[in-house]
Design a protein around this ligand. Structure first.
Ligand code: ADP
Length: 271
């Protein structure tokens, strides 16, 4: 039997929709130069996530998706409204609740795949040998067996993203924030990785916010999809995706109910 990661304990029902709560959030950036105008990235954004729910956030470029993730992750604070993760509003506490995976894999080129995956644990103070020992079983479980010693330059784009995801999982946080995780991959690898991520999350459930600009990806991954308006971003539509996870693109793309959800999301995006 494969060892499971130390999954964060289930929480009482009272906090069920409150794993992440974003209420009336406004985020303004000061002007970048004297000629530029200040930018209101988000204006009155509301979202709530239940424990172990996957929310896909889709919206046009520049509508504030990365800003939203950084706010939840405690890397920024809102100018108005409130953000809570794991019931905590202080930025430091939000940082403790969340593991953030940026768009680029950001693997360290001089470390092999295992050492890269173990990095999050080492940053938590786990000794290096112990961190690697804990990372090893995940390579087997998530389709990376025999690539432990490979350097990032020897791995395909999809494999590098898997290692980056393992590193994010190993951080042991209850909330995962994924910023366009497959944005840099070709179409075929992207489809494979969407299915891989769906299975990985079925195996290791977490509360997840995944940002994408791809409606089909959002519908394949999310229990719900939040569609954001152009900047300043706010939620213009939320769609419940009733299909059980993990999902397979082949089975869903021909399903009229899936096509109807896709059409609604595209309409909300003004496509
Ligand atoms: P998205 O992820 O949806 O593309 P972002 O959250 O990256 O959007 O950015 C939202 C808006 O805020 C964009 O117009 C962007 O140029 C602006 N922005 C982001 N970060 C800063 C910053 N540090 N200073 C000024 N403007 C910023």
């Amino acid at each position: 039997m494969a060892t499971r990661l130390e999954a964060p304990a289930e929480e009482p029902l009272s906090s069920i929709r409150e794993k992440i709560a974003v209420r009336g959030v406004v985020r303004r950036y000061p002007a970048r130069s004297r000629r530029a105008e200040p930018v209101t990235a988000l204006d009155g954004l509301d979202l709530a996530l239940a424990e172990r729910e996957v929310l896909a956030v889709v919206g046009p470029s520049g509508c504030g998706k990365s800003t939203l993730l950084e706010l939840i992750a405690g890397l920024q604070d809102p100018d108005a409204g409130s953000v809570a993760a794991g019931g905590q509003t202080a930025a430091r506490e939000r940082r403790r609740a969340c593991a953030y995976m940026p768009q680029r894999d950001l693997l360290l080129p001089w470390r092999d795949a295992l050492a890269n995956a173990a990095l999050a644990l080492e940053c938590e103070g786990v000794p290096r040998a112990e961190a690697r020992r804990r990372a090893v079983p995940l390579f087997e479980r998530f389709g990376l067996a025999r690539f432990e010693r490979a350097r990032p330059s020897e791995l395909s784009g999809g494999m590098r993203q898997r290692v980056a995801f393992l590193r994010t999982l190993l951080a042991g946080r209850p909330v995962l924030l994924l910023d366009e995780p497959f944005g840099a991959l070709d179409a075929i690898t992207r489809t494979q990785m969407q299915e891989w991520l769906g299975s990985a999350l079925a195996d290791e459930p977490r509360t997840v916010v995944v940002v994408t600009h791809d409606v089909q990806e959002a519908l394949l991954l999310g229990d719900r999809v939040a569609v954001l308006s152009p900047r300043p971003g706010r939620v213009v539509m939320e769609l419940e995706v009733g299909f059980p996870r993990p999902r397979h693109r082949r089975e869903l793309v021909g399903d009229p109910a899936f096509a109807a959800l896709e059409a609604r999301a595209l309409e909300a995006l003004g496509c």
